[in-house]
Design a binder for this molecule. Structure first.
Ligand code: HEC
Length: 126
């Protein structure tokens, strides 16, 4: 009887851990770092983001950008507060998803959301 009780306690503890969500490891984590995403999608004049902003992106480009910006939003910046980061990265992700969906005005939305300097000045370290 004693062992049954303690296994119930263990089960209850496991359930509480599962339900309490965010603070546990069940929270979705980014599989790409900010550096990797910058290198892969933003760095340089011929980057994915540069081509998209020039109106040269195709559907595959938009989908890749939607994936990269989703990953970006899952990261936490080394600098600046999280609320600002979440706002900027969600806007970027939403803009990339509008491009995939072909929403009118999506390109202008993307260009303003992909403002390198506005984000770097707040969130990029030295
Ligand atoms: C939503 C925020 C955000 C936007 C928009 C953004 N960046 Fe970044 N970028 C960052 C952060 C944060 C870092 C610092 C990463 C680190 O070192 O942890 C960074 C780092 C970089 C780096 C250095 C990467 C490395 O190898 O360490 C380059 C290059 C870069 N960004 C280019 C760009 C360009 C070009 C644009 C615009 C077309 C851009 N980024 C837009 C957030 C952003």
């Amino acid at each position: 009887m004693k062992s049954l009780t303690s296994s119930h306690v263990a089960l209850a503890a496991a359930l509480i851990a599962a339900v309490s969500g965010c603070t546990s490891t069940s929270h979705p984590k980014a599989s790409l770092s900010i550096e990797q995403i910058m290198e892969d999608g933003f760095k340089g004049k011929e980057s994915l983001s540069a081509r998209i902003s020039k109106g040269q992106g195709n559907e595959a480009d938009f989908k890749k950008m939607a994936m990269l910006t989703k990953e970006l939003a899952l990261n936490k910046p080394g600098k600046g507060d999280l609320a600002s980061w979440t706002e900027k990265t969600r806007a970027l992700q939403a803009a990339a998803e509008s491009l995939v969906a072909g929403t009118p005005g999506a390109l202008d939305g993307f260009k303003s959301a992909a403002n390198c300097k506005a984000c770097h000045s707040v969130h990029k370290g030295d």
